[in-house]
Design a protein around this ligand. Structure first.
Ligand code: G3P
Length: 219
């Protein structure tokens, strides 16, 4: 499983990228709004940092396929080597995914909550689907089951090359669950990436090595 970072914060993206763990970036309207910066400029800067797929979502106010396709072309033009157009799972969204696919523009179908939605998006031509596990957990439905089911369904049809991005990842445990469930990618907030690095026994082990070393060799 690869890691994408789920943020529009350029400083977090730089820090994660320097660790060599980031294969791509996902953003959404809420994450972009949180930064309070120009949308297209932010995407441009992100694409200049990470050499991998960068998902930029159509505006939340775009509800018809024609508008989504027009905005999708604009997002793709930011950097055709990296940009992926993120489109919500709706009837109009599927039309937009289909049209963008025909134009050779990669898409990421977002707000996926059932395996059927994922299969529809794949058949419409989505390059990626983003099932949201955290938001299912929030309503007392096991989100990891969705990731496992989508992975099993796609596995049954070798002609499907749509990749699964596990989204709405909230904890290190979610990350392990996604890897076991067969997600191709987990898109992870910076905070969770950092939580994954740390373990109290690693930290106390480093302290112990330092103490023992200094006892014999000094500084
Ligand atoms: O990529 C979608 C993801 O950011 C949603 O996460 O935590 O808002 O459910 P969350």
């Amino acid at each position: 499983m690869k890691f994408y970072i789920d943020t529009a914060n350029v400083s977090e993206i730089r820090k994660a990228n320097e660790m060599g763990i980031v294969a791509g970036v996902t953003t959404n309207p809420s994450l972009i709004a949180k930064e309070g910066r120009d949308y297209i400029q932010t995407l441009k800067e992100i694409a200049s940092i990470v050499d991998g797929p960068i998902s930029g979502e159509v505006k939340a106010t775009a509800t018809d396929a024609a508008t989504m396709v027009a905005q999708g072309k604009e997002i793709y033009a930011v950097d055709p080597d990296h940009m992926v157009v993120k489109i919500p799972m709706t009837e109009e969204g599927l039309k937009a995914i289909h049209q963008l696919h025909q134009l050779g523009i990669p898409t990421n179908c977002t707000l996926i909550f059932t395996a059927n939605q994922a299969l529809l998006a794949a058949r419409a031509g989505a390059t990626y689907v983003s099932p949201f596990l955290g938001r299912l957990d929030d309503i007392d439905e096991p989100g990891v089951d969705l990731i496992r089911t989508v992975a099993a369904v796609f596995h049954n049809y070798p002609d499907i090359d749509t990749k699964i991005i596990a989204a709405s990842v909230r904890s290190p445990l979610h990350v392990t669950d996604c890897a076991l469930a067969g997600a191709d990618i987990a898109t992870v907030p910076y905070k969770v990436l950092v939580q994954m690095i740390h373990h109290p026994l690693t930290e106390s082990g480093i302290e112990k090595f330092k103490e023992d070393y200094q006892k014999v060799f000094g500084q």
